[in-house]
Ligand binder design. Structure first.
Ligand SMILES: Nc1ncnc2c1ncn2[C@@H]1O[C@H](COP(=O)(O)OP(=O)(O)O)[C@@H](O)[C@H]1O
Ligand SMILES: [Mg+2]
Length: 237
């Protein structure tokens, strides 16, 4: 599937009757790279989960390309091209790397596994190891590789760098940069490592208490530490 645009209009969502997100409106062009920043508990994960249809929607609309997916189930959204790598990674700990990857094939032939191993050579070395035997970085690679095997047109990544060593973060960001440069997928990156996220993105939004409190170009935040401090509260690090 080629990269798709995403359009979100007035999205209100939460968990059952609990409302977390209020009136979230933004769009990402096909092939775009959006970074979503914000302190803990501000609604970043809820936003991605809502895009996947995993929360309770109280209002608003979501379009993938020219398809209105607002009322569609999670599986239909995945079929239409949304790929989600959750913050919890959700790999199967008692399946091997290769078995985990197979679950991401979505009907593609097993030969496609080579794509994952090409992108993440470390997974090839570890193909017979169980999910629970992997390091945090390897688990993240596996979670990403499994989702990418489904050829998503929009990739949602929730704090992929969380808890990983700087050298692994470098490696993953390099890969994400290559992926973005291929123009085959639109990427929405939720990340607390602000500097890395700003270096990657072509647009940024900041979430505060379930709403977008700031949106603009990465350069505006890179140039204004005081603004970053105010919005995200931790400064560039
Ligand atoms: N399953 C849930 N049920 C009820 N409230 C939740 C649930 N998950 C998250 N929340 C609440 O939603 C708010 C946003 O959380 P979250 O989207 O995880 O923030 P972030 O990813 O920015 O840290 C928080 O107040 C959190 O407590
Ligand atoms: Mg989160």
């Amino acid at each position: 599937m080629p990269a798709a645009s995403l359009e979100v209009d007035g999205l209100c969502a939460g968990y059952g009757p609990i409302r977390i997100m209020e009136g979230v409106t933004f769009s990402v062009k096909a092939g775009g790279r959006l970074a979503v920043l914000g302190r803990n508990g501000m609604g970043k994960t809820t936003l991605l989960a809502s895009l996947m249809g995993l929360t309770t929607r109280h209002g608003g609309r979501i379009n993938i390309g020219d398809q209105d997916v607002t009322g569609r189930r999670t599986s239909a959204r995945a079929d239409l091209g949304l790929g989600y790598v959750p913050q919890t990674r959700d790999i199967f700990s008692s399946l091997t790397v290769e078995e985990n990857l197979r679950t991401g094939l979505k009907g593609r032939p097993a030969a496609a596994l080579a794509e994952a191993y090409e992108m993440f050579p470390r997974l090839r070395e570890r193909r017979g190891n169980y999910g629970k035997q992997l390091s945090g970085g390897e688990q993240q690679m596996l979670a990403m590789a499994r989702t990418l095997l489904g050829k998503p047109s929009i990739l949602l990544l929730d704090e992929p760098l969380e808890g990983l060593a700087p050298v692994i973060c470098d490696e993953l960001m390099l890969l994400l940069g290559q992926l973005a440069a291929s123009n085959e997928v639109t990427i929405i990156l939720v990340e607390q490592q602000i500097e890395r996220a700003l270096g990657f993105a072509d647009s940024v939004m900041v979430m505060e208490r379930g709403q977008i409190s700031w949106a603009g170009a990465p350069a505006a935040l890179i140039a204004d530490r005081a603004l970053v401090d105010r919005l995200v509260g931790v400064g560039i690090h």
